[in-house]
Ligand binder design. Structure first.
Ligand code: OKP
Ligand code: ZN
Length: 352
């Protein structure tokens, strides 16, 4: 398989995020990505491919123009206003307020273009997210069309919470959505996005909700108790032409591995029957037992099994990094997935 690295991820260095009313150390630190890359780069599991620049146009296929415009200039505006360090939103246009008029005020626009205050907008957020998308497009480009093949893209920050016109959940540009749309634009008729991150991929779901050319399947912590709280329920099946092309498999916090693997099987069956030309996987590793902010318990046998089952679909498959915050463990978990995918798993037999 091919391996692609976003070597500009380090431009984004969030310091703090809000948790229970306090500013605590940010969770999406550069060290995550350094550990992930160190684990796979020289592991022999794949060949490194350099990222190329495909420009803004592929991002503009899934994000609004005004949002992309805002993101590019936001931190400079913040500094010009006398802000220091990273910027956080403070006010949002929730129910009964208007989101169709863009305020001139910076704080007004921060709220219009965001979903939470847990996502610091740093000086390098745009560069890191832009190059994450370029790395993802490069990975897509490296895939052999129409046959079993794989590419892994190390993006950071993650992307699946970012919507058409908002950031949040540590995400600014939705790399998986950019890739899915680019695959269609390059000739695919149908693309499936399978999201195995602990958190529901609300941005990806919403971007493709009324379309049948992108199937979105997600297994995740139940939004009744888990972030992002306001999307990801089982009754969200798509709308209009997209009805039937969205499948959510919410699992209670603390769900054990057998039930998680059973949900994965259900999601894979849905992908199989859709028969996509390309599969994009939002590969969160925050489902691991070691993750500091999540509550599933996956370990090496399960991560290898994820890789094996994805490979068994025998599709052109783009694995896009999402979450995974156990800095000391994520590298090994990623390697387990990729080894499973390549048939190099060390664990004998399927996990119970
Ligand atoms: C991103 B990805 C706000 C805390 C919010 C957000 C978690 C985002 C996870 N005070 N935490 O899906 O791994
Ligand atoms: Zn996550």
């Amino acid at each position: 398989m091919k391996l692609v690295h976003n070597d500009r991820h380090g431009a984004h260095v969030p310091q703090k995020e809000f948790f229970r009313g306090q500013l605590v150390d940010a969770v999406d630190r550069p060290q995550r990505a350094e550990q992930l890359w160190a684990a796979v780069r020289d592991s022999g599991v794949g060949q490194v491919v350099a990222a190329r620049d495909f420009g803004l146009a592929p991002l503009a296929r899934v994000h609004s123009g005004p949002y992309l415009q805002f993101l590019q200039g936001a931190h400079a505006e913040w500094l010009a206003l006398g802000g220091t360090g990273e910027a956080f939103p403070a006010v949002w246009p929730v129910r009964s307020l208007r989101s169709d008029v863009e305020p001139k005020n910076f704080s007004g626009r921060m709220g219009l273009y965001s979903m939470d205050n847990g996502t610091p907008l740093t000086a390098g957020a745009w560069a890191a997210a832009y190059w994450g998308a370029q790395a993802t497009l490069s990975g897509l480009d490296s895939l052999a069309a129409g046959k079993a093949d794989g590419a892994y893209v190390l993006t950071r920050p993650p992307g699946h919470h970012a919507g058409r016109d908002f950031f949040g959940g540590y995400c600014f540009v939705n790399h998986a959505a950019v890739a899915a749309q680019a695959a269609l634009d390059r000739g695919a008729a149908r693309v499936a996005v399978l999201d195995v991150d602990y958190h529901h991929g609300n941005g990806t779901q919403a971007i493709f909700y009324d379309r049948s050319d992108v199937l979105f399947v997600s297994l995740h912590g139940d939004p009744l108790t888990e972030y992002p709280f306001y999307l990801g329920h089982a009754d969200e099946r798509g709308e209009g032409a997209g009805l039937g092309y969205n499948l959510n498999l919410p699992l209670a916090a603390g769900t054990g591995n057998p039930a998680w693997l059973a949900a994965l099987e259900e999601g894979l069956a849905c992908v199989r029957s859709y028969a996509p030309d390309v599969l994009v996987v939002s590969l969160g590793l925050d489902t691991s037992a070691e993750d500091p902010i999540c509550s599933f318990s996956l370990g090496r046998p399960e991560f290898e099994e994820v890789g094996r089952r994805l490979a068994a679909l025998a599709l052109p498959t783009l694995l896009v990094q999402e979450g995974g915050y156990a800095v000391q463990a994520v590298g090994a978990h990623l390697l387990s997935v990729l080894r499973g995918f390549c048939g190099q798993g060390r664990q004998q037999g399927a996990p119970k």
